[in-house]
Design a protein around this ligand. Structure first.
Ligand code: HEM
Length: 361
């Protein structure tokens, strides 16, 4: 199987994982959660639900889970059939399958635990992990990434020497720039994680946790919403700081392709966070109506995916490599321009193609 075909499988797996989060939320928001009281059958007497809305929504969600599972298995088979075969892609594909199996079991526990908010939160957060794994698969299967999977040791050490000398020059020209950027990207991803975590606590304390009969976490809704929005404001600050940093780089000369792509991702992330924040405040002010909450959950998927994308993209650029100036020894030897190799997002250039990347990044 070709790399481009494999990437489509990874994309479908990501879309399905996103879809199940949205459809799962619809189950909760329409209070259909206990439309089927048992699992895997709908209730003690029936495999299928009665012809009534709640049962059908709950059962429909279970069917979508089936398609999600199929897409996960398909991406795993595709990872084995892909040429060249890549252990990192196979590893992430197994993570997608393993996580999906865990979700099927957790889905069952959620119903058996009468939609207890802690189980519901874990179910949601595992889905966020699955989105991450599917996105890493898609990203790492991007164009030009099959090179350097079995690197020539001589070329690696030559490259390391080149990067070392570049690091010296970068320090003189731009003491902390790229490292600050890397730190900020890590901070924004950590904050995005905290926003998701705190969001599930807000939900678990409010009217939309499970259904009317389900237990609540028991926190004061206003207090937890304040904590949630505090993390959001910190996230906004980190994204603005990144935008300013990258914007400054752009104004001081033509940016490298990878830097240009990163600026675009940061700009979209900023738009998504602000829009999501507006939805968050509105839904809080008007009593968390289900439709807005559904929109908020879809928005959370977008924010989370952009935060991951930014992190993946940032990980591509070694902090020791100056962004615009100079070429490393290996670049010169290879005839490469820094930041101009294939880019999995823009399709036009990152450093990773020329590096041996450790698994799991
Ligand atoms: C980057 C911005 C934001 C993200 C990514 C985000 C994400 C989330 C997530 C993941 C949930 C839990 C959904 C669930 O468990 O099903 C949630 C719930 C919630 N969020 Fe946010 N949120 C953001 C901004 C805000 C802001 C600024 C507010 C304003 C107070 C807010 C108010 C709420 C409320 C009230 C809930 C509970 C909704 C419910 O009844 O289920 N959010 N958020």
């Amino acid at each position: 199987m070709q790399g481009t075909t494999f990437r489509k499988y990874a994309l479908v797996a990501w879309i399905m994982q996103a879809l199940i989060v949205v459809s799962g939320a619809a189950v909760r928001l329409t209070e259909a959660g206990l439309g089927c009281e048992d699992w895997p059958t709908c209730n003690d007497e029936q495999v299928l639900p009665e012809w009534q809305l709640h049962g059908l929504i709950e059962f429909g969600n279970r069917l979508i889970s089936g398609v999600v599972a199929l897409s996960a298995v398909a991406v795993l088979v595709a990872a084995y059939r892909r040429r060249p075969r890549r252990p990192d892609l196979i590893g992430y594909a197994w993570a997608v399958v393993g996580g999906t199996v865990a979700q099927v079991v957790l889905g069952g526990i959620t119903v058996l635990a009468d939609l207890h908010p802690i189980v519901v939160s874990v179910h949601f957060l595992v889905s966020m992990g699955l989105l991450w794994a599917a996105q890493v698969l898609w990203y790492r299967a991007g164009p030009g990434r099959d090179r350097d999977q079995n690197p020539d040791p001589d070329r690696v050490s030559e490259r390391a020497a080149g990067l070392e000398s570049q690091a010296g020059r970068a320090t003189a020209a731009e003491p902390t720039g790229p490292r600050w950027e890397q730190l900020l990207v890590r901070i924004q991803l950590s904050l995005a994680t905290l926003v998701l975590l705190s969001g599930t606590v807000v939900t678990g304390s409010g009217p939309n946790s499970g259904d009317a009969r389900a237990e609540r976490l028991g926190f004061d809704l206003e207090t937890v919403a304040r904590v949630h929005s505090f993390f959001v404001w910190c996230l906004v600050a980190s994204v603005v700081a990144l935008a300013v940093r990258l914007g400054r780089n752009r104004s001081s000369g033509p940016p490298a392709a990878s830097e240009d792509t990163r600026f675009t991702i940061v700009a979209w992330l900023l738009v998504a966070v602000v829009a999501q924040g507006a939805v968050g405040y509105t839904q809080f002010a008007i009593g968390v109506p289900p439709l807005l909450v559904e929109l908020h959950i879809a928005g959370a998927i977008i924010v989370w995916s952009l935060a991951i994308l930014l992190h993946l993209h940032q990980s591509d650029t070694d902090p020791a490599i100056p962004h615009r100036t100079g070429e490393s020894a290996s670049d010169a030897a290879d005839g490469h321009q820094p930041g101009r190799a294939e880019d999995p997002v823009a399709g036009n250039g990152t450093e990773l193609d020329r590096r041996n990347e450790p698994a799991g990044r």
